[in-house]
Design a protein around this ligand. Structure first.
Ligand SMILES: [Zn+2]
Length: 68
């Protein structure tokens, strides 16, 4: 897979459906056929970037927290 933002192939897997782009530091979440893109803020929260990439209605994804 490639990052939809920077086209980097340097994608790390961080969860069963979660990936992280080391090229532009965004998180990718794959849910079936759908892919969502998040920017990880400094405080660890995720802000959706889907509006920048997808022309779909907002999806009600559960919040994902990387930090433990
Ligand atoms: Zn990227």
């Amino acid at each position: 897979m490639k990052c939809p933002n920077c086209n980097s192939k340097d994608i790390g897997k961080i969860g069963s459906h979660q990936f992280y782009c080391w090229g532009c530091f965004i998180e990718l979440t794959v849910n079936g056929e759908k892919m969502s893109v998040y920017q990880v803020e400094e405080d660890g929260t995720l802000s959706s970037l889907d509006d920048l990439f997808f022309e779909e209605m907002p999806q009600d994804f559960p919040q994902i927290h990387i930090s433990s």
